[in-house]
Unconditional design. Sequence first.
Length: 493
Amino acid sequence: MRIVFCQREAFIGLGVVHLASVLSSQGHDPRVLIGSRPEELRKKLTRLSPDLVAFSLTTGLERWVAEVVRTLKSRPWVPVIVGGPHPTFFPEFIEEAPIDALCRGEAEETLSAYVRSLAGNGPGVTDIPNLWVRTDGRVVRNRTGTPVADLDRYPIPDIGIYFDTYPHLQRFYRHLYPIVSGRGCPMSCNYCFNKAFRELYPDGGSRVRRRSFEHIREELLSARRRYAITQVYFQDDTFLEPRSWFQTFSERYPVEVGLPYFCLVRAESIRESTARSLAASGCVGVTIGVETGSETVRRHILGKNVRNATIVQAVRLLHRHGITVQTDMILGLPGQDLEGALESLRFAGRIRSDFAWCSLLQPYPGTEIHRTVQRLARQPGSGWAFTGKAIPSSYFRDSVLDFPNRREIVHLQRLFQTLHRIRVLPDPWVRRILSAPLGGFYGLVHTASFNLSVRRIKRIPWPVFLREAFGTMLRRLPVSLPDRPRQAGKVRS
């Protein structure tokens, strides 16, 4: 069977890569189709003649997916299935769009079974765990299955489904090859989907599951042979757990793979020995979730009990061993006024991070932070309210919240990296800049500073960077370098 995965923007969807590899191993023909215009997608799909159309859906894209599906269904000819974070937590989406099936949670087993069922040699659709399916004029809500513990049972992910179809993605991502070494996170932060994801499963699910080093090595060596990849980007929520796994990785990776790599770590996991092992194994850059400069907000609002001193020490140790540090911040948080937002800027300067990445809070429904904002919005005189707008697909574009000093805080988010790099402007000057009615200009500043910072810290060659930026403009997509695709509600720990 031919299964076509559709997506709106040009990035590597690792979930799609893993699913496509499973389907290929079973003799199917998976494809990827990128495009934002529903009618254009319909015409391309007609030429591809798929047996199934699939969407991996994050919150903020649901309206676009619904529009595309309605366009497809204007001439009913192919079944449609959706999966990903949004359907996982809002399976009622199946009632909002004329889709045929919806997958909650991890999809390898579910999608494989559904494809076999469509081909007439699999289980009945009402017997497939994780599947909600439209049948006989009604929606059947199947039980939730159990996540697979042994990730090595799946085939080596093959990124060729993107690289062989879209050469411009290959040109960029071979310098920043995306990979996940496992699934899950040991933390339960209030702004993240991991806690809610574990609660989806009857047994609570496993917090962290890892692929074996051999499995990872085979993927990377294959990608190096086929596509001459130069750097690796491990996109796991946290890279150092369990310690026994990382010890094996740090000993074998420099000998058996030997490519420079980037990863995401938690500040409290960094000690002198850890920083030394990261550097010795080939790590050249890490990302740390700081979120805010206020320990009180971090602990009581975000549910993340990490002290500022711990973060400062972690960055110092990593820098000592030659590892660059990207710190992730969030503005527009409950308990964070303009002074609190400026405190985050000052803290980023204090720890001297190499890239002060900064987003606006998107309180995704189903997370604890969403419930916190709801309670705050009900309090008379709080100044907090929902705007009524749909959550945007990007956490850079806008906030769905109204809050005190909203314009200044949004402007600060746009200028965060630029102000962090300058570091010499006194607070009164910064406040004056933030109050200026230059929102569109600040958006351009953000685009430029963000892209240039990604190029610098991720060591992307200038010719590749310029070609990608120019090509992006020609494709009429937002001028933004491909970065880690973030799932809905998912923020680095």
